[in-house]
Design a protein around this ligand. Structure first.
Ligand code: TRP
Length: 500
């Protein structure tokens, strides 16, 4: 069967931008910026965008267009067994991220339902010793995460995802063409509202009075690097898969630049919007994304005049939900493409397998707090299991997948060869600097960042965590290692029936 293709270039661009623009842009970015020096974080972020983000997105799109296959199969063609294993590793690692990402989306959906009315009055949550007077969004969030109904929301979000990719590019394209432009409009409404409120502009100025001393900290750079990978959906195999549905002569250099531009502008605007709003309401931001999304912002929104509260609540949570769905579907499509490229399976069967495994995983992330609310107690709402796996899959896994992928493509397939092929069909020509970035700069930078992080890690595993969760930490790490490394080894070893 011929591989599906996008109906239009616009459809592809919206799909890729929809994947890139997600919770990462609206909440993780401001939370990270707050954690790593406020406005100063924009500097390592922009440097990471230019030197890591742009070359890697062009590389991932490029190999997808050239080989017209999902990531494992593409990597097998460029670098044999170790290539294929890297491809599966990227997909399994991002599946872990997707599982908790969808759990978070289920909470977003819960909050969205509640925005109509009850969200803005507190509710008592005895499990946490909350009487209901503590803050408005906050008590509701605790109520949602400790409620069995949440599991129903998790399943609902999974069903929405599966339906959205049911017929692959056909259904995806229809959805993203509407949602992505809508998200932009909504973001503009939010920022306009923030800047025109009294004090909004000062908030902005504060953000741009940066503390430059943070630039000497390795953690800040690691934060910026991970953020760029996550926000541009790199190290997931997504860009390769989406580009595999492009016509042969497409100009992916141009596309990579457009997607990066759309995503990063959205992100920097979102950062400004969130900071001005919080400043106006004199609420301190939090370094934890979960707190930012579920109680800091709702508490801020609750301070709007009565008539605006509900409208703004709906605006914020539906924006989060749309941004999240257009991202999660991109990874599910990536996994489905990888499976059906290798095994002689019907698409509907592959969808069912992914649905079954994924829903179970997402329920695992939601369940601990439903069963025992105390597991979530650690000041910033540690949601322990989610936190630990996020630490491995997000902060280390994406960078590791990106590192090995870049080395294999740069050295085995050849950065120069890739550049020459892509230049043939592009109005923008990549220079020798592209080879230098892919072959030397990016691998060295990633090895340094990953290595120094790991040294710190094992010289005192999680120094700030409360005691008593260490067993869970080791268990979760072991699970992640077996699932990603063990799983990718087995999948790469298996005999494919569709190998061309
Ligand atoms: N780029 C997305 C963001 O910024 C992250 C993302 C893309 C993602 N695809 C995903 C996360 C699939 C989980 C699953 O939020």
């Amino acid at each position: 069967m011929a591989r599906a293709t996008w109906k239009s270039k616009f459809g592809f661009l919206m799909a890729a931008a929809g994947s890139a623009i997600g919770l990462g842009n609206i909440v993780f970015f401001p939370a990270n910026a707050y954690k790593y020096g406020g406005g100063a974080f924009y500097i390592p972020y922009l440097i990471a965008m230019v030197f890591l983000g742009l070359p890697i997105i062009v590389m991932e799109l490029g190999i997808g267009r050239i080989f017209a296959k999902g990531l494992p199969e593409t990597m097998r063609k460029t670098a044999g067994f170790k290539g294929e294993m890297t491809g599966w590793f990227a997909i399994l690692n991002s599946s872990v991220i997707t599982m908790y990402y969808i759990t978070i989306l289920a909470w977003v959906l819960g909050m969205l339902f509640l925005t109509i009315g009850p969200l803005w009055q507190g509710v008592p949550v005895p499990e946490f010793g909350l009487t209901g007077s503590e803050g408005r969004g906050m008590t509701h969030f605790f109520d949602i995460i400790t409620n069995y109904k949440t599991l129903l929301l998790v399943v609902t979000v999974w069903i929405i995802n599966i339906l959205a990719i049911w017929r692959g590019t056909k259904t995806i394209e229809k959805i993203v063409k509407v949602l992505v432009p809508t998200m932009w409009i909504m973001m503009f409404v939010i920022i306009f509202r923030g800047l025109t409120m009294e004090g909004g502009f000062e908030g902005l100025m504060l953000l741009f009075t940066p503390d430059l001393s943070i630039l000497s900290q390795v953690d800040v750079w690691k934060g910026a690097f991970s953020q760029i990978f996550f926000t541009l959906s790199l190290g997931f195999g997504i860009m390769t898969t989406y580009a595999s549905y492009l016509p042969k002569k497409s100009d992916v250099i141009n596309d990579g630049i457009s997607v990066t531009f759309m995503n990063c502008t959205f992100e920097m605007i979102a950062g400004i919007a969130i900071f001005t709003l919080l400043f106006v309401f004199s609420i301190a931001p939090k370094a934890s994304s979960i707190s930012m999304m579920f109680f800091i912002m709702p508490d801020g929104i609750a301070q709007f005049p009565d008539g605006t509260v509900i409208a703004f609540g709906i605006l914020f949570f539906s924006l989060l939900f749309m941004a999240g769905i257009t991202s999660s579907i991109s990874l599910l499509e990536t996994a489905i493409a990888a499976i059906t490229d290798k095994f002689a399976l019907k698409r509907s069967h592959a969808l069912l397998i992914v649905f079954a495994i994924g829903t179970t995983g997402s329920i695992f992330f939601a369940l601990p707090t439903v069963i025992d609310a105390k597991l979530a107690v650690d000041g910033t709402l540690g949601l322990t299991l989610l936190d630990i796996l996020d630490h491995w899959a997000f902060s280390n896994g994406l960078l590791l997948a990106g590192l090995i992928e870049t080395i294999l493509i740069g050295w085995v397939f050849g950065a120069e060869k890739l550049r020459n092929i892509l230049n043939e069909t592009s109005s923008w020509h990549l220079g020798v600097w592209f080879d230098i970035l892919i072959k030397y700069f990016i691998p060295i930078a990633l090895i340094f960042i990953l290595g120094s992080g790991l040294i710190k890690e094992f010289s005192g595993l999680y120094p700030n965590k409360p005691t008593g969760v260490h067993n869970l930490e080791y268990f979760a790490l072991l699970f992640w290692l077996i699932f990603t490394i063990g799983g990718s080894f087995i999948l790469a070893k298996m005999k494919g029936e569709n190998h061309a």
